[in-house]
Every structure is written in C-alpha cells, then in structure tokens.
Design a protein around this ligand. Structure first.
Ligand code: SIN
Length: 298
C-alpha cells in the first residue's frame, strides 16, 4: 500500500500546479496519502501524476476517494460499462467515433452552467499526440489577487447569468444552434463573479469563456467594459498560467473552483488522442469575503 511518506510534491510554477511523484493512483492508498493528495489539490489547483496505469474502473475508484463522481454532459460518449467516465477522443473504430472529438478550446471551468458545478476533474491521457493537444490552465485565485483593490470591491458579491444556450454558439460555432427547447434543460444560472472556495476560503474569479456575460445590476456598457477588463487581466497565461504538455499515461486532477482550463488544437487527421475524464460532484458556488483576501485587503 502506498503511503504518504512515498509521496513527493514538485511545484510546476512559482504560483500553482504540482507534479505528485511516488504514487500509483490505481493502487490501494492509505488514508493519509489520500489526505495529502487532497491537501495538495486544494493548494496547487492542478496536480499531475505521471506514468499511471489506470483502467476505467481504477479511474473511477481513484475519483471516489475525493467525492462522488458527477456525470452531467455528453452521456452518449460515456465509456462502455463505466458511465462515470467520459471519453474524449478522435479515434474512430468501424466507422463509429469512440468519444467526443472536441474538448473545450476556450477558457472554462467545468459545468459552469449547472447549479452545483463539479468541484474537480480528473483527465487521464491514454494516447496523446506528439505535438499539440496540450491542456492549459490559469490560476483564477492569482488573477483575482492581481486585480486593483477598487475593481475587486466593485465585483465582490456580484453575479452574472451563465446561459449555456447563449454560450454554445460562441464556443462551438461549428455545432447546430441549440433549439429554444434546450432552455428548459439548461436554464440560465446565476453565478458569482468572485467565488469563495468552500474548503480553503480563498477567493477566485469565477468567469470563463469569451461570452460578454451581463453582470446583474449594471448598465450594459459598464458590464461589458468590466467583463472585458476581467478577461484581459485573468486570461494572461504568462502571468498566471501553466501549460501541460501531455505524456502518455499522465493523470491530471484539477480544482474547478480555483482554475480555468482550455484544450489546444492538434492535427486530428495525423494523430490519435484518447482521454478519459471523470468529474467530482461539487456544491453551490457562493461569495463570502475570503479570510485570505480579507487579510490582504485590510
Ligand atoms: C476538458 O476541457 O475537460 C478537457 C481538456 C482537454 O481535452 O485537454
């Protein structure tokens, strides 16, 4: 049984992201090992476990150590026999795609349009292209802390309406426009612009995408200007980013409450990419002046 003494944590950037070494995520893990991984996940936002051998059942078992698996999208692309695992792949067998060919190419946090979006995501790279197909992350806690105090004060406690029906044509212009009936399935969801992490109390910007979300209570011109300003500051990969260049058998685990991510393109005609994804159930996003940020602001 792997114990916490074998575990080594190697930070990937000065601010966030860490590689966890000395762990076989498919093995029986001691409670203190799981607690150490959980603490690292909360602190670093993105964890990388290299050289894993996970079958779909093992992937789900590892996910369960951190919460209930949550299935909320593209169920038609679930792994056969493991409905908790979503297959993201361009591989076609006997004329039939084995998974969803495209992943989110724009900055997003998973399930943003849900009332209770998933707390975390675990993505396992079974086959990865030799170039392209990277997954990029931005630390939204650092982006929040970098905002001028006056701007933070203006957005703290405000909400915007996350409308998936409005979002889809922006993010997936190649897909058919969702019919109005979809509005019943995906009602517009109020989300806090600044989200307080329910476990660490850190505040993070909780925006994503390129959609000009309307901030409740603001005139359209002010809301648009504010969103554009927040996007420009937050989605700065040089300052707040980590780009993951996949190696086969990497497992990534990220905290959707702290980071946003996006997938980059690759040559789908030349290379295969086969990823398995699970998500961990989360809770209702809310804002409460975080203890950490209260200390910074005082
Ligand atoms: C995702 O957006 O959840 C997957 C990202 C990727 O395929 O790189």
């Amino acid at each position: 049984m792997a114990d916490a003494f074998n575990l080594r944590i190697r930070p990937l950037t000065a601010a966030f992201g860490a590689e966890i070494e000395g762990i076989d995520t498919g093995s029986d893990l001691a409670l203190e090992t799981v607690q150490a991984i959980r603490a690292a996940w909360l602190r670093f936002g993105v964890l990388v476990f290299g050289g894993q051998t996970l079958d779909p059942a093992g992937h789900v078992a590892f996910t369960r150590r951190f919460g209930e698996p949550a299935v909320y999208t593209r169920t038609e692309n679930a792994c056969t026999g493991q409905p908790d695992v979503l297959v993201l792949s361009n591989v076609v067998i006997d004329g039939k795609p084995i998974g969803a060919a495209t992943s989110g190419p724009y900055w997003h946090t998973d399930g943003h349009f849900l009332q209770c979006p998933p707390a975390g995501t675990l993505l396992y790279g079974k086959e990865v292209p030799p170039e392209g197909g990277d997954t990029c992350f931005v630390d939204m806690r650092a982006a929040y802390r970098a905002l001028p105090v006056q701007l933070r004060t203006e957005i703290n406690g405000s909400t915007f309406l996350m409308d998936r029906v409005q979002t889809l044509p922006f993010h997936y212009p190649e897909r058919p426009v969702p019919p109005p009936a979809q509005k019943h399935r995906w009602p517009a969801m109020p989300q806090p612009v600044v989200r307080t992490h329910p476990e660490t109390w850190a505040n993070a910007l909780y925006i994503g995408g390129i959609v000009p979300w309307r901030i409740a209570g603001l005139e359209p011109h002010r809301s648009d200007a504010l969103m554009a300003q927040l996007h420009a500051i937050a989605f700065d990969e040089q300052r707040f980013g980590y780009r993951h260049r996949w190696r086969a058998d990497d497992l990534l685990m990220w905290d959707n409450r702290s980071v946003v991510h996006r997938a980059t393109a690759y040559d789908m005609a030349r290379y295969r990419r086969l990823m398995c994804r699970t998500t961990i159930a989360g809770d209702l996003p809310s804002y409460a002046l975080g203890k950490i940020d209260a200390a910074i602001d005082s």
